[in-house]
Design a protein around this ligand. Structure first.
Ligand code: RIB
Length: 289
């Protein structure tokens, strides 16, 4: 039997403080009637858990504060046996927090206070233990740290360009796989298609498309679902894409699998609380448009 993919995720770890509200506030507006919940989150930790739940061996690298929030933020990674030896607890800094509003249609607004995530650096990552063929990161760490990773890690490097922000060209040049949503694709524009990387672009409910050397090479629809909460759906897509791609080597199949996983993640409230099992993804695969 083929051994499971081993993925090193270097990224953010947050506690998500979520208010479920009838409608999202406009600038200057106060919306009342919210229902509050706390969930583990952070794009890095979310992608780590998604990949782990779908069968990968995952090691998480990042930083948290020495506070109560860190225990909540790491709880699901721990209980799902994500290796946390690469997570450093720092004094005098708070665990990252995301303030999230989710409306009745499952759409969200997110404000992040990075806290300890902003301290992830070459020195906190000095001990990149173990042999990893694959590294996955996002843009919720300092850009100098992402640049350091681009210069340092060997093997396959996948970068989810979220949230979009200006990057040194060498980061895009080093990546083997770049994952973007529609907003991020518009932000990076021609820079993306000038890159030699495999570009994976999600299209929300319409599925996802893959490009190589500026040409479309695969496309998938997504199962039709009625979303409860879209928070973490993009992260689930990324984790699922990597597991399926590393397991089978087919971009087309991995897109379809990741679209089903992303759709499954919208059916439950919260980021990490919504990450699907393999059975849940399989169940939705049959319904892909
Ligand atoms: O992608 C969703 C995530 O973005 C949330 O879990 C929040 O923590 C922010 O990092």
């Amino acid at each position: 039997m083929k051994s499971p993919p081993r993925i090193r995720v270097i990224g953010s770890i947050n506690l998500d403080i979520v208010a479920r509200v009838p409608t999202l506030p406009r600038p200057g507006e106060t919306v009342s009637g919210g229902v509050l919940a706390h969930y583990p989150g952070g794009k890095g930790a979310n992608q780590a858990l998604a990949a782990r739940k779908l069968g990968a061996e995952v090691s998480m690298f990042g930083c948290v504060g020495k506070d109560g929030a860190s225990e909540q933020a790491l709880a699901l990674l721990k209980s799902n046996q994500v290796d946390l030896q690469g997570v450093t607890s720092l004094n005098d800094v708070a665990t990252g927090v995301a303030l999230i509003a989710v409306d009745a249609k499952g759409e969200n607004q997110i404000v992040v206070a990075p806290g300890a995530n902003a301290a992830v650096s070459a020195s906190t990552l000095a001990d990149l233990r173990g042999v990893y063929d694959t590294t996955l990161c996002q843009l919720e760490l300092p850009i100098e740290t992402i640049a350091y990773l681009a210069d340092t890690v060997t093997g396959l490097l996948c970068i989810n360009l979220a949230p979009a922000q200006p990057l040194p060209k060498r980061i895009l040049d080093r990546a083997d796989i770049l994952v973007v949503n529609e907003t991020e694709a518009a932000f990076y524009g021609d820079q993306l298609h000038g890159s030699k990387a495999l570009i994976i672009q999600t299209l929300g409910a319409a599925g996802a498309v893959a490009f190589q050397n500026g040409k479309e090479i695969a496309r998938s629809g997504s199962p039709a679902v009625v979303p409860v909460d879209t928070t973490g759906a993009g992260d689930t897509f990324v984790g699922a894409f990597m597991v399926a791609f590393l397991s089978e080597g087919s971009v087309a199949k991995a897109l379809t699998y990741a679209c089903a996983a992303g759709a499954a993640a919208t059916l439950t409230a919260g980021a990490q609380t919504s990450m699907p099992s393999r059975d849940q993804v399989e169940a939705l695969l049959g319904a892909t448009a």
